[in-house]
Design a protein around this ligand. Structure first.
Ligand SMILES: [Fe+2]
Ligand SMILES: [Fe+2]
Length: 276
């Protein structure tokens, strides 16, 4: 059985996150916590986009029962992710930080770009595939590195581990749907890879803007130099967020790209047993 046959398992989990730790749950560091918090803010907006982009192709699935089952499981997983991240984001608002305003900006950006009427369902699926690849790549790296990261608030850690696990579990579903709906050739390759070129700049710009808005709103803390340096190392260090994932970014441009080339299915089992 190949990893492409894996049917994701939706887990309807609830996380009772402690409101008082929303700003420093990541090793008591506000910079690291707000970096992850800014990703949480965008999550429900993108989960909804992914669900809609995938649903637009559901009618093509009548003759592929396995893919149909995988698609349904992905939608169920993303719906629960969105629900739990909305609850998470409520705590950011509750702390007086602008989660709702930032989410609205993400929504506006999507509305004027990928959700505009000039963009086809096929292009939305291509964008979904790119988001899913990036989500799974980052999830895999986070799961590997967090193993050795002590002193994270356990309920926040459990939520992020669960989300990462499920992103890896369903990482090839949109890719398989894409291959099912479009014949191989230069058009399929060009559409798939053009999303990275078109979306990366606005996407990362918005993530950094979201993070800076959170840090600015929470500027009364005293850890600026130390926290900023930690985050800089985490993002730009030799095995950090960007350089550590560079192989995965580049792999997406290979004509024979397959999400399971990086077969991190082994990450799934121990996590399910030990860390959720
Ligand atoms: Fe998700
Ligand atoms: Fe996903």
């Amino acid at each position: 059985m190949s990893s492409h046959d894996l049917v994701p398992t939706p887990r309807n989990l609830h996380f009772d996150l402690p409101a008082e730790r929303i700003c420093d749950w990541y090793q008591h560091c506000r910079y690291m916590s707000h970096w992850s918090n800014s990703l949480s803010i965008m999550a429900p907006v993108f989960e909804r986009f992914v669900i809609q982009a995938i649903r637009a192709h559901e009618s093509t699935l009548a003759d592929v029962p396995l893919l149909s089952q995988q698609v349904k499981a992905l939608i169920d997983q993303e719906a629960v992710h969105a629900r739990e991240h909305r609850r998470y984001n409520d705590l950011i608002d509750l702390a007086g930080l602008p989660a709702t305003r930032i989410a609205r900006r993400w929504q506006t950006l999507l509305h004027h770009t990928l959700e505009s009427r000039w963009v086809s369902n096929r292009m939305r699926l291509a964008a979904t595939m790119m988001f899913e690849h990036h989500a799974a790549m980052i999830a895999g790296q986070e799961l590997r590195t967090r193993k050795n990261t002590p002193d994270m608030e356990p309920r926040f850690l459990a939520l992020w581990n669960w989300h990462a696990l499920e992103e890896i579990e369903h990482k090839s579903v949109s890719f398989d749907l894409w291959r099912h709906t479009l014949a191989p050739g230069p058009v399929r390759y060009g559409l798939r890879t053009s999303t990275v070129l078109l979306l990366s700049v606005p996407f990362w710009y918005m993530i950094f803007e979201s993070f800076l808005r959170l840090i600015w709103a929470d500027r009364h803390s005293t850890e600026h130099v130390h926290g900023a340096w930690r985050l800089a190392k985490y993002l730009w260090g030799p095995h950090g967020f960007f350089f550590g994932n560079s192989r995965g970014w580049l792999a997406y441009f290979k004509p024979g790209f397959d999400p399971w080339t990086d077969d991190d299915v082994a990450l799934l089992k121990p996590l399910e047993q030990d860390r959720l």
